[in-house]
Design a protein around this ligand. Sequence first.
Ligand SMILES: [Zn+2]
Length: 429
Amino acid sequence: MDTAQKIAIEIEGRRDELVSLTQQLIRIPTINPPGEHYLDICELLRERLYDSGFSCELIRANDAVEDSDLYPRFNLVARYEGSRRGDCIHLNSHTDVVQVGRGWSVDPFAAVVRDGRIYGRGACDMKGGLATSIIAAEAFIVCRPHFCGAIEISATTDEESGGFSGVAWLAEHGHFSPQRIQHAIIPEPLGKNRICLGHRGVWWAEIETKGRIAHGSMPFLGDCAIRHMSAVLAAIESELFPLLASKRTEMPVVPKQARQSSLNINSIHAGPGETTDGKMGFSTPCVVDRCRMVLDRRYLVEESREEVRNEIISMLDRIKQERPDFDYNIREIFSVQPTLTQRDAPIVTSVAEAIQKVLNIDPEYIVSPGTYDQKHIDRIGHMKNCIAYGPGRLELAHQPDEWVDIEDMMDSAKVMAFTLTQLLPDAAP
Ligand SMILES: [Zn+2]
């Protein structure tokens, strides 16, 4: 019997365990924000991984801004040491889920199993992937009890809000570094036959146009900041959107429409604020002297942050030249550089071979339109040998009636376990 067959049999015997572990994870409502039950989910994982022979470290990101006594940020790092020295493979999953939202036909935290699927908030993004990686690691250890190297499994906080108390914090504190870890897989729900090499960059900025307050019955005595912003919007429509559409990328981003630069106008605020129930607030007759707009720009590996920034600034400066009294401020909110792992990186070729061998299909190489924790592993941890690979359909993430397919999890577990056999050779003589 060859290794792939041995792995397949071992994983098949763990189907019920995979389902029940996924259910247990979904039943802990780790909603972020605010970031609830991180300790509970870490305790559950610690108990399980300890029983499987892992040494476990429960780590609180106590100086992270998100951490508080009410909502403590707990991460778990578990490590299984092989019989001899060798490479370490790290499997990282985030434990947080987004808010429930409306439109569910099942209890989002009951983890109902129906028609071969497990339903619940976080089923696909990404408690299914987390459970899959644990089952894969445990099956591998049984199949190859004496191996060279080490396996690490981490369960981390706050990916949905930037990952600053999770992977970023651990990377800043030396947990992700090329000295400790040689290969990393993030089991985000990209699909069992897809290898995600990285993601586009992000640049968020707020533009403010300035005016002068006056009585609303005599607007000619003031200067309306909203009218100035409308000039910015017109320039975005007529110049910027066509320009962004013309910037194509070699990155294999999915969906295909995202294979270019993109811009979302995230918000516009001016005048009296809305009331908490979303209605217009009480207004007095005034000319608005301040209008703010937040832009969410996604950029390509072929572009730099400076280019992206200068594009907007030169547009605003041109409007300033053409339009009397136009004045603006720009404030950068945050940015993330694009990340792209090379196709010949060892983790990519190993997972590709595993997909071929186990599923008998050719792997698809993709790039995510949005970002995930790979940015921190790359930029802070300086680890380039990292991908996202895991079961589930990305389109279902954050949706009502989110689900993960049990068969997909089983297949991904086999791929992950087979990947471990390739990177962690047998230590037996
Ligand atoms: Zn996710």
